[in-house]
Write a protein that binds this ligand. Structure first.
Ligand code: FAD
Length: 317
């Protein structure tokens, strides 16, 4: 079922979460264990992130360096199909522009369509470590907006090769990312909102937000979206704090603020064990307030660590 249909049919705020594919060479069992721990909260969909190929320099015995490409976390489409098959829960693979030609994207969408996966989260992706700024594939997309247009075209039966006749129409429900505290590259909030609206006007069906720790930022974001004429569901993204150091690293990675009270509480913690408890308390308070405001769904970024998400969900569902 489409994410938007789950939302339409819901009588209360839904629960969903996002997982990362395991590192190359690792088994899928750890993914299943994480999902098993969260099944009691009846997740209506599970997102699986996509991780781009990176380049690393490998040192040989003779001292020479070789530039090799590595995909540390392959398998997004396969994991989505495996989860859907094992649990009969809808999955949402993340698709990114970076590293893909338009043809490769089309083929990935055809695979998903054949697998019966009809939800996708469409993203641009970030610059790889060896690039300063995001560089699209020469035959790929520049912005998530272009990916939305490609998906909408395929839903209308328009493929890259216009010689194709009697083609199957895909039936994708397309989610896109939104940033309550602005995307880090956007010169200002208003231009970021303009491009978010362009994604929705092009056919995106719903928005999932970047993580945030201050609900007032989410509420203000929703108000500004509505005022701008963005009327699709806006799903809040939540990440429980699990270590002391995250107070320092998350703001620069995700371009977000950590509220003063949360920072103070974390700084008082002796170790990560205590920080995790504070993270759950804060996350549960955030989740309870969001549920009170009838948000469509709480979407948790578990980052492979479902324990805190489980503890928060236990307190609010
Ligand atoms: P876009 O919507 O393309 O926007 C990128 C920037 O360009 C913004 O500053 C925007 O304001 C601007 N912009 C947009 N359109 C235009 C235009 N036409 N002209 C000029 N400027 C424009 N990354 C991954 O690699 N894998 C994942 O699985 C993944 N999952 C994510 C899930 C969520 C919910 C979120 C919030 C992010 C995720 N990301 C993921 C990170 C994401 O790829 C980065 O944040 C990326 O930098 C931006 O992606 P976007 O889709 O928001 O880009």
């Amino acid at each position: 079922m489409k994410v938007t249909d789950h939302i339409k049919n819901a009588k209360k705020t839904l629960f969903s979460f996002e997982i990362l594919p395991p590192l190359k060479g690792k088994s899928i069992e750890s993914i299943y264990e994480g999902i098993d721990n969260l099944l009691e909260f009846d997740p209506k969909f599970i997102d699986v992130t996509y991780h781009r190929q990176e380049y690393v320099y490998k040192k040989h015995a003779n001292g020479l360096l070789e530039k090799v490409s590595v995909r540390k976390r392959p398998g997004t489409v396969g994991i989505c199909a495996a989860i859907k098959n094992k649990y009969n829960i809808d999955t949402v693979p993340h698709l990114i522009c970076g590293g893909f030609t338009r043809d490769e994207t089309e083929n990935a969408l055809i695979d998903l369509h054949f697998l019966g996966i009809h939800n996708v989260l469409l993203l641009r992706g970030d610059a790889i470590k060896t690039e300063k700024d995001f560089v699209p594939n020469p035959n790929g997309h520049n912005y998530a907006l272009d990916l939305v247009k490609q998906v909408v075209n395929m839903n209308a039966g328009v493929y890259m090769d216009d010689d194709l006749v009697d083609v199957a129409h895909t039936n994708f429900c397309a989610g896109v990312a939104g940033y309550p505290e602005k995307h880090f590259e956007a010169p200002n909030f208003e231009s970021d909102l303009k491009y978010l609206k362009a994604k929705v006007d092009a056919g995106a069906d719903y928005i999932v937000t970047q993580l945030f720790f201050d609900n007032s930022k989410y509420f203000a974001f929703v108000d500004k979206c509505r005022a701008a004429g963005i009327n699709v569901p806006i799903i809040p993204g939540l990440k429980p704090l699990t270590t002391k150091s995250q107070v320092k690293v998350l703001p620069s990675i995700f371009n977000i603020d950590i509220p003063f009270d949360l920072t103070e509480a974390i700084n008082k913690c002796k170790d990560d064990k205590e920080a995790k408890i504070v993270g759950v308390e804060w996350g549960a308070a955030q989740a309870a307030e969001l549920i009170k405001h009838n948000v469509p769904c709480l979407h948790f970024y578990t980052m492979g660590k479902g324990e805190s998400t489980h503890n928060i969900a236990k307190l609010v569902y």
